[in-house]
Design a protein around this ligand. Structure first.
Ligand code: ISE
Length: 337
């Protein structure tokens, strides 16, 4: 069976997913699209053969030939599109964040609970990366005994210096590690603090970079996250977990080794879309398979809510500019999750 998909949002990640669904043997096909900006959608669709255009997310998801929805629009349009899919009883894959506030995420959770079954997968693609899966397996196998703490680094060579909101360092960057910490350790995050450190001269003065975020989990595991979005040298993602009997590290992605006049070197990936290309392929392929089987996999709307609640706490700590410890406020977890 080919899963027929409606895709909402034709920006950069939307066009990437459209190409990916068409080429990566995912078992899916995009049959119709829409975008909150109708004029932009009308222009974009002229280059897409055999794809229908709809005026909004509701008409898109309610088409008879759409089995499931992919949401890749701007963050503030996610909630409405996901709620439309739940109302139509159709599975939906939504790029992160599920909604830009924890309250918005909770409305999605409530709608899904009322529908009585899981329909939503949130796009935390690192859970599908082979290296992170290796870490998770080793932790679950107790290869290092009980985990005690983790060191993570999330470094981008640069991000748009005029368009970058300083808060994105938490909400667009560290949010991946906030989700991973919950997933890897299978525990909720209970508190967050964000510490400004000496600022790089490569960042615009209004952006405080790098930052150190420290999370605490329910059992007391501490996760230190360095975010450094103007690091200049490459896209470098690190994670080391320290346990009672050893450590486990995220493997570096394979890169060719170059021998030349400068000696022996391996170049670094410069771009997150390249670093996690395989993870995105696996994520969408597994989601489409889950639509076929009716058995949801991957991050749920509860995971989307928990990441956002943690983000909100980290942002409150960031606002103090003094590393204040902020407790993560979470609703009770419904039995559906
Ligand atoms: C970006 O905002 C993302 O969402 C990507 O998934 C992440 O890998 C990248 O580092 C962020 O800047």
């Amino acid at each position: 069976m080919t899963v027929r998909i409606g895709l909402y949002g034709l920006g950069m990640i939307g066009r990437e997913h459209l190409r990916r669904i068409g080429t990566a043997s995912t078992g899916g096909r995009v049959v119709a699209v829409a975008d909150p900006n109708a004029a932009f959608a009308a222009k974009a669709v002229t280059t897409l053969a055999e794809v229908a255009l709809e005026p909004d997310c509701e008409s898109l998801v309610n088409r008879d030939d759409v089995d499931a929805l992919v949401v890749t629009s701007g963050d503030t349009d996610h909630e409405r599109a996901v709620l439309a899919a739940i109302a139509a009883s159709k599975p939906v894959f939504c790029e992160k964040p599920l909604a830009p506030t924890a309250a918005g995420c909770l409305r999605v959770v409530a709608a899904e609970v009322a529908a009585g079954r899981r329909l939503v997968q949130v796009g935390f693609m690192r859970r599908f990366d082979a290296g992170y899966r290796y870490l998770k397996q080793a932790l679950d196998d107790k290869a290092i005994g009980e985990p005690l703490l983790a060191h993570c680094a999330h470094r981008n060579p640069t991000v748009g210096s005029t368009t970058w909101d300083p808060k994105y360092v938490i909400s667009q960057t560290a949010v991946h590690e906030l989700d991973l910490a919950r997933w890897l350790f299978d525990e909720e995050i209970t508190a967050a603090r964000v510490l400004p450190v000496r600022a790089t001269r490569s960042a615009p003065p209004r952006v405080r970079d790098p930052l150190m975020t420290v999370l605490e989990t329910r059992s007391g595991i501490h996760v230190g996250i360095e975010t450094f979005v103007f690091c200049q040298y490459g896209y470098d993602i690190r994670c080391e977990i320290v346990g009672e009997r050893g450590t486990i590290s995220l493997p570096d992605p394979p890169r060719p080794q170059i021998r030349g006049p400068e000696g022996v070197c391996r170049s670094l990936v410069k771009d997150w879309a390249v670093r996690f290309a395989d993870a995105y392929d696996t994520e969408l392929t597994e989601w489409i398979r889950s639509v076929e089987t009716g058995r949801p996999v991957g991050p749920s709307s509860w995971d989307g809510y928990a990441a956002q609640a943690t983000c909100d706490a980290a942002l409150r700590s960031f606002a103090t500019m003094d590393g204040d410890r902020v407790v993560v406020e979470m609703a009770d977890r419904p039995s559906l999750y």
